[in-house]
Design a binder for this molecule. Structure first.
Ligand code: HEM
Length: 177
């Protein structure tokens, strides 16, 4: 029997990660994003970049905390025969847990794309080297990168909301799948 404090700690850390990830994404999408439209584009870009840099640190912290606290939760709360007797796919709880982990993996892949592929392209400064055509191409590449960051961020928010539904269904209804 796992000590109560371990379950409380695991649950606390898991919910803290959810609050940071989902709350932060909602604030970026529905508070900072719309507010940026009221400042000049150059300032909006700097503000957006600085905010995203800081938020990405929180995102990676939360993404790292999910599997640690989630596994701790699983082994302290749930029926462990789901794993030991290979029943992971034969119960609604097991299938929902697998789906939760799979969607978490998608969040990690999307986070890596944003952090290591698209944000570095956005942070690049347009230089006049290569003439007007090269500058236009750089600007276009930055705009494409910005569009991808925005798309992926929205997809992540929707996925996170679906995962929260999965979590609630596991905690209070035996799983939804
Ligand atoms: C590898 C990643 C993850 C693992 C292993 C995991 C595992 C778990 C487990 C075992 C539970 C307990 C269910 C129960 O009470 O029986 C749980 C609950 C929950 N999870 Fe996850 N999870 C992961 C990722 C996520 C992510 C990415 C989110 C949200 C963005 C999330 C949101 C929730 C929520 C909201 C609950 C319900 C908590 C409650 O009401 O007590 N989980 N998770």
């Amino acid at each position: 029997m796992t000590a109560t404090w371990v379950r409380v700690l695991a649950s606390y850390l898991h919910l803290l990660a959810v609050a940071v990830y989902v709350g932060g994404s909602v604030a970026m999408e529905f508070v900072l994003g719309p507010a940026q439209r009221f400042v000049p584009p150059a300032q909006a870009q700097v503000l957006g970049q600085r905010a995203a840099d800081r938020f990405l640190v929180l995102v990676w912290g939360a993404l790292a905390l999910f599997p640690v606290s989630g596994m701790l939760l699983f082994f302290s709360l749930s029926d462990q025969h789901l794993v030991t007797r290979g029943e992971l796919f034969s119960t609604g709880y097991g299938r929902t847990l697998v789906a939760m982990m799979a969607l978490w993996a998608v969040l990690v892949v999307n986070g890596a794309l944003i952090t290591f592929v698209f944000r570095p392209r956005l942070a690049r400064r347009a230089t006049a080297r290569g003439g007007g055509a090269a500058v236009a191409e750089q600007v276009e590449s930055m705009q494409r990168a910005a569009q991808w960051v925005s798309r992926l961020t929205r997809v992540d928010l929707v996925l996170a909301l679906v995962i929260v539904l999965f979590g609630a269904s596991m905690a209070y209804g035996g799983g939804i799948l």
